[in-house]
Design a protein around this ligand. Structure first.
Ligand SMILES: NC(=O)c1ccc[n+]([C@@H]2O[C@H](COP(=O)([O-])OP(=O)(O)OC[C@H]3O[C@@H](n4cnc5c(N)ncnc54)[C@H](OP(=O)(O)O)[C@@H]3O)[C@@H](O)[C@H]2O)c1
Length: 292
């Protein structure tokens, strides 16, 4: 996967090599897929292959750094009725293979992939990049009560660095298998999530992909720390399942968050790529659907 951080100065047209690396080509070359404009940044080139354009439309905004230098993206795959797993915690699989590939792309584009303790205890995921080219990000687990064990994959397999984050007052720094343990202060009895991002930033981990579950993504959303919220909806109904996004109650529709959103079709699923801090603008023609 490409990662675009630094603005090029001397060339304006780009294409990709077979491994997905970015290759500069002479300005004006007709075969460019990507262009850089000093005023507006990266954009698909005019003659870009339509399939490539669809991918660039989705991923280009996620390749550059946000204004703060940090880009935090949360993702949940949910049923039509808003569940991410059954009540017992089974979530294999809610969404289809196209969306699972998207998760691996997001991992490859991120410095860190972060999940809540319940996801590790229930699923024992590896959280590595395996379905697309690209490196595996640092794995981060929020685990205030030390529920994660040295036997869990992320602490055992050594396939990527792992950081287990607990409460500073209760969890002494140290190691858990191959993983490092770090502590952050509490806020309102929970981990201070801004402090979590601060710990990651200190380690150069600016692009953070929060891959679940619902409790963790919702906590970042409620704290106003998500640059993007991606919700993939699968045509599936889960009876009495675990909720995806849950927020404090709102009294009126006017108080509800209606963010700017782009829609992408992924196989049989729909991905809603939302910017929680930017209100929807009806004039922008929301509801575009692109096929990935
Ligand atoms: N469909 C999907 O997209 C998807 C993705 C991932 C997981 N899943 C499924 O979802 C289920 C797990 O999701 P979940 O929502 O139940 O739990 P979760 O978000 O994976 O983990 C929640 C736990 O993480 C810790 N945590 C998160 N935020 C915290 C904060 N601000 N402060 C302190 N601790 C915090 C807490 O641990 P303590 O409980 O120890 O306090 C909390 O209970 C599993 O069944 C998994 O299979 C689905």
């Amino acid at each position: 996967m490409i990662r675009l951080g630094r603005a090029p100065t001397d060339r304006k047209g780009f294409t990709f090599d077979p491994r997905g690396g970015l290759v500069a080509i002479d300005s004006g070359g007709g075969e460019a897929w990507l262009r850089f404009h000093p005023a507006s940044g990266w954009a698909p080139a005019d003659g870009c292959d339509p399939e490539v354009r669809d991918l660039l439309d989705l991923y280009l905004p996620l390749c550059g750094c946000g204004p703060s230098g940090v880009q935090v993206v949360g993702h949940l795959g949910q049923s039509l009725n808003g569940c991410i797993a059954t009540q017992s915690g089974d979530s294999c699989w809610v969404t289809g293979p196209e969306n699972i590939r998207h998760l691996h792309r997001m991992r490859a584009l991120s410095d860190a992939v972060l999940v809540g303790a319940e996801t590790v205890v229930r699923d024992d995921p590896r959280l590595t990049t395996r379905l697309v080219p690209g490196g595996s990000p640092t794995r981060v687990v929020l685990d205030p009560h030390r529920r994660v064990r040295a036997e869990h994959n992320v602490c055992r397999d050594g396939e990527a660095p792992t950081l287990v984050i607990g409460t500073r007052s209760r969890v002494p720094p140290g190691r858990l298998g191959e993983a490092e343990i770090a502590g952050v202060p509490e806020r309102d009895g929970r981990l201070d999530l801004a402090a979590v991002l601060g710990v990651l930033r200190e380690r150069g981990l600016d692009r953070v992909f929060i891959e679940g579950g619902g409790v963790t993504v919702s906590a970042f959303l409620h704290a106003g720390l998500l640059d993007r919220l991606q919700v993939t909806v699968a045509p599936l109904l889960i009876g009495g399942g675990r909720p995806g996004v849950h927020l404090p109650p709102a009294a009126t529709m006017g108080e509800c968050l209606r963010p700017r959103c782009r829609v992408f079709r992924m196989g049989g699923d729909l991905l809603f790529d939302c910017e929680p801090r930017v209100p929807a603008d009806a004039a922008e023609g929301e509801g575009l659907s692109r096929v990935i």
